[in-house]
Design a protein around this ligand. Structure first.
Ligand code: NAI
Length: 359
């Protein structure tokens, strides 16, 4: 028997894939539940004009598994999932489509908890929320966390502090040099934290307008986008696109620490090995970029979203990054592997606890 989907599911042991279709509103969506050992699956809704259904399934499965690791390592009581809508967010997104997806998510009865991702906005979540309470990203005016970038940036800041502690013996930013690649939603908030803490910051962005705005607002140096990764700095913080640690860039790094928000920074795992061999401390992206998810999940608290409590929880990323470094040293493995070990240990522990015959 020819098998594509079940084979794919077996590789990393996925629990469910739900296909959602409603032709009257043009909805074609896929919800993947990777692992719910720790709790209901958390993951955003991505809308993208995938070239094929296979591409959509592959993307959704990869992202859902990433969420399992992100939530497990962050100490959240959630597993990993993801929803992808096949379509162009600029052309195909309608109220009908979003509310229909909301109803499908509602049908899962809380198995899948969702928020924004590439191609969806807080306004889209508001529409889905009409149909289901299992949407966590909502605008501040509706009692939600609002823009997740602030919490994400705060988490990156905590990751940088943990790395500085390891490399220089103190988490203080004062006088340290940091190169921030990309001053979009996360990057610009990070620059604010860094400058306020006394770091010497250099920025680059392909969008010249954004760089101008940063330079007008803060005392920062500006370089061309092609130069930022190679600067002789203490910390290089990639906050733009993924795959930035690759065969070309990795040998050109002159930093001691890489810690940023960009997703999937390692083009391949071996680039994580290369960094370790070169003595560069790499903060695994899913460990330090968990601030947005951590903060979003606070909305599920009984008393609703509380920013102060959410940011306090995000600050635990400092300790989590410290644990990753400790595992990396104890087991003599690169930090990207140590992050996976941390997540897998927590999943195994919860599985063990749940198997106890206490009731
Ligand atoms: P954004 O789109 O607001 O900002 C990205 C910035 O990078 C833009 O200003 C863009 O012009 C710039 N850029 C693109 N290519 C560049 C290049 N080659 N060199 C320099 N700058 C370049 O995105 P956002 O929300 O700030 O996210 C940044 C990264 O962090 C993304 O990889 C995202 O997936 C990841 N992330 C974001 C989270 C969030 O809460 N927004 C949460 C977790 C991860």
């Amino acid at each position: 028997m020819e098998s594509f989907i079940f084979e794919l599911m077996e590789i990393h042991d996925y629990e469910n894939i739900f296909f959602c279709q409603e032709k009257t509103v043009g909805l074609k969506a896929i919800i993947v539940i990777h692992d719910t050992t720790i709790g209901p699956a958390a993951g955003g809704v991505r809308m993208w004009p995938y070239e094929s259904e296979a591409d959509a399934i592959k993307d959704a499965t990869r992202l859902a598994r990433g969420m399992t690791y992100k939530c497990a390592a962050a100490g959240l009581p959630y597993g990993g999932g993801k929803c992808v809508i096949i379509g162009d967010p600029k052309r195909d997104k309608t109220e009908g489509l979003l509310r229909t997806l909301g109803r499908f998510i509602h049908r899962l009865g809380g198995l899948f908890l969702t928020g924004i991702d590439v191609g969806t906005t807080l306004q889209d979540m508001e529409l889905m929320r009409i149909e289901t309470p299992y949407v966590v990203s909502l605008p501040e005016a509706l009692g939600g966390p609002g823009n997740s970038a602030i919490a994400t940036a705060f988490g990156i800041f905590q990751g940088i502090r943990a790395c500085l502690k390891e490399v220089y013996g103190s988490p203080l930013l004062q006088g340290h040099t940091v190169a921030v690649q990309g001053v979009g939603a996360v990057g610009k908030e990070l620059v604010k934290y860094l400058v306020e803490a006394g770091a010497v910051v250099t920025v680059a962005d392909v969008d010249e307008e954004k760089v101008k705005q940063m330079a007008a607002q803060y005392k920062v140096n500006v370089v061309q986008p092609g130069e930022i990764h190679g600067l002789d700095v203490d910390v290089y913080s990639p906050c733009a696109m993924g795959g930035i640690l690759n065969d070309q860039t990795t040998p050109e790094l002159h930093c001691k620490i890489v810690c940023g928000s960009a997703n999937n920074q390692l083009a391949e795992d071996r680039h994580g090995d290369m960094l370790a061999q070169r003595g560069v401390l790499y903060a695994p992206d899913y460990i330090v970029s968990a601030g947005g998810v951590i903060s979003g999940m606070d909305s599920l608290s009984r008393d609703g979203f509380k920013r102060e409590r959410a940011m306090e929880t995000v600050s635990h990323i400092y300790k989590t990054m410290g644990n990753v470094i400790a595992i990396s040293k104890e087991q003599n493995i690169p930090t990207y592997r140590a992050a996976d070990v941390l997540a897998e240990q927590r999943i195994a522990m919860v599985r063990q606890v749940k198997s106890l015959a206490l009731l």
